[in-house]
Write a protein that binds this ligand. Sequence first.
Ligand code: HEM
Length: 505
Amino acid sequence: MNPFLVLAVVLLLVLYIFRVATTRPPNFPPGPPSLPIYGAYWLLLLNNWTYIHKAIEKMRCRYRSNLLGFYLGGVPTVVACDYETIKEIETRPEFLGRMDTIIARERGLGKLLGVILADGPLWAHQRRYMLRHMRDFGFGTRSASLENLVQQEIQDMVDILNGKKQDKGIYRDGLALLPDLFFHILLNAIWSMYAGDRFSYTDHGHARFIAQQGIKFVRANDPTGRALALTPWIRHIFPQKSGFTQIRNTNTKLVEVIKKTIDEHIRTHSEDHMRDFIDIYIKEMKTNENNPNGSPFSEEQLIFLGWDLLVSTATTLTTTLSMYIMYMMHHPEVQSNIQNEIDTVVGHNRLPTLNDRSKMPYMEASLRELMRISSIFSLGIAHRATEDTHLRGYFIPKNTMLLTGLHSYHNDPEVWGDPHIYRPERFLDEKGQLLKKDLTLPFGAGKRLCAGETFGRQNMWLILTGLLQNFTLAVPKGQKPPDLHTVNGFHQTSPEVWFQPLPRT
Ligand code: HEM
């Protein structure tokens, strides 16, 4: 081959790579350069192949900046790693968009539906509507009937762990399985409001099947969307490796379960008796049927509102509860402090109720600390800039992806001092009372604040205090305490772990 030709090709290639590496929007935040096709994603992977949030943390140290900017494929991306900038992203109206990706569209059967992955007027309207009407059934508020239902479920769990009832899928040979132990309780709580029904006591397997589809869906990608979002065509070449098959298969099963329930509601619908959220929504669909301006209410939107609620519950709360128990296995001293608090405030003759919550600051602090240290939404859920704008003096072009670096912020030594130590006391004053201001942001903030925060906090509190009142959470005999790693995904999920619930006498 002609050596001049080879030299020319090499030169052109070098020039091309140089051009790609140095192309950035003007006045963009500092960050790693780009390489062809995937931009800076290559360099992030090189820093940490599995956990992109850990690669981001390294970049934050390297560039000494709490606001990083780089290209992911062709998408300008910024990551905020401090409280003020994260709050700014969460609150400014021009940052409320969501990314339009192949994953979001595959999930919504071609459309951007539900609340989590929608934006614009449809998102604002449907979020407001869902919160307003789910509230009537106990979601996001204090509700005696919901609390009652959850307590029955907790009693059921206690009975299983005491050997009074049997479910070998979650408890056998004296050991209980995480996160499966919590699927039934939590799915019943959310399903009772959305679909007016609960999965039967004897069929824990069905709830487990649904939760497992949700977890597999979440684990099929990561908060950036990975190669599948950046180069959607790779699904035709690597359908398995890109996670596309897993997303499609699990989504099909989830949609099937929800659609079947909605169809049954449509068949038995009566205007005189609103059984649940689905019924109210169907009524709204009928009222708006002939609206000449079109209607935001549709069966497909109802499916994905249900999807958001069901999958969020099955994946986030079960993960947080599991991580909590894993940390308790490492910290028996924290566990015994909580048990003392429960014994003093509640005693042993009844399960804890939400009335006891304000009297148990140490318990509250232990959960707050768990959510800080585990930061399961390590990079939040990506926002999108809906117009050209500025952030902290830097230029942010329209359609920039904005990630909230919750892992980095929650583990910043300048804010927390000893962030890698699990220490509930950091949230208590010298009198043992809860600090008024909570600087953690596990649920995000602003208009996109997690819709399930109140529901989540209340039910995690009820389940954990019920468990700790009745059992000491121990490492199985002869084993070491579990590794505290999480499994990567759109958000982090907990691995499967067995623990030994020792009945308290
Ligand atoms: C420990 C449990 C949970 C954590 C840590 C968590 C965290 C988050 C975070 C960080 C966001 C993104 C906020 C943003 O866009 O900036 C979010 C959004 C959301 N979460 Fe949660 N979540 C949890 C549980 C739940 C539950 C149980 C539900 C429903 C039952 C839920 C429903 C939602 C919805 C609908 C959104 C989208 C809000 C919007 O875009 O308007 N979450 N959550």
